[in-house]
Design a protein around this ligand. Structure first.
Ligand SMILES: CC(C)(COP(=O)(O)OP(=O)(O)OC[C@H]1O[C@@H](n2cnc3c(N)ncnc32)[C@H](O)[C@@H]1OP(=O)(O)O)[C@@H](O)C(=O)NCCC(=O)NCCS
Length: 182
């Protein structure tokens, strides 16, 4: 079941995310956030865009969210997207379904483009994003130092809808009808 994240999901989300902070360069965070910090991020992200989870009988199989790409006003029609699936639930089409639902909500909200910043190399994530229609914009060379080496980050983009002149303001996600449904 794909649904908006709730505060009670924070401990499971923190557990999924922790190894990417502590043991890999997939995230550039070096200290894994605890459940309280994740709960506060869910609250903050959900006010502007969307944080979704894929729940399987009480177990969080994965999560995806969209947050502002940059804060300056002219960027407000584009977002940055992030996805993490629990190891046990990868390779089952669940990431694709989670992103598809996120993108549908972003389209309805009035968002035009999604950007993903991916550690390079991360073959699974690169292939996954390209299979979802993302195309490479460019690579920031050696932009982060983690686990004893300088690391590259590639940026991929996906057009969610064709650009128009005078785009309407993005809708408030908390007042979108789908958010109110169970
Ligand atoms: C990347 C990730 C989110 C993909 O989620 P997933 O649920 O395993 O992906 P899906 O099963 O929905 O796969 C959808 C498509 O993505 C591609 N893909 C997914 N995993 C892949 C892999 N390991 N190698 C190559 N292609 C892959 C395939 O094209 C696949 O379509 P197919 O099954 O028809 O071949 C997941 O592997 C993950 O959480 N990885 C660790 C965290 C991470 O790197 N997150 C991204 C940070 S930028």
């Amino acid at each position: 079941m794909i649904r908006p994240a709730e505060q009670d999901d924070a401990p499971q989300i923190a557990a999924i995310y922790r190894p990417f902070c502590e043991d890999s360069c997939v995230s550039f965070e070096t200290e894994a956030p605890g459940a309280a910090e994740i709960a506060s991020r869910i609250e903050r992200v959900s006010r502007r865009h969307h944080w979704l989870v894929d729940e399987d009988d009480g177990v969080i199989a994965g999560y995806a969210y969209a947050s502002p790409h940059r804060e300056r006003a002219a960027y407000r029609w584009v977002v940055e997207v992030t996805i993490y699936m629990h190891e046990r639930f990868r390779g089952q089409g669940r990431g694709r379904a989670l992103y598809a639902e996120l993108f549908e909500r972003l389209r309805r909200q009035g968002i035009f483009k999604a950007y993903a910043g991916i550690l390079v190399p991360n073959p699974a994530s690169q292939a996954f994003h390209e299979s979802m229609g993302f195309t490479l914009v460019g690579i920031y060379k050696k932009i982060g130092y983690k686990l004893g080496a300088w690391r590259d980050v590639g940026w991929w983009q996906l057009a969610l809808r064709p650009e128009i002149d005078f785009p309407p303001e993005p809708a408030n996600p908390l007042s979108m009808p789908s958010e109110a449904q169970p």
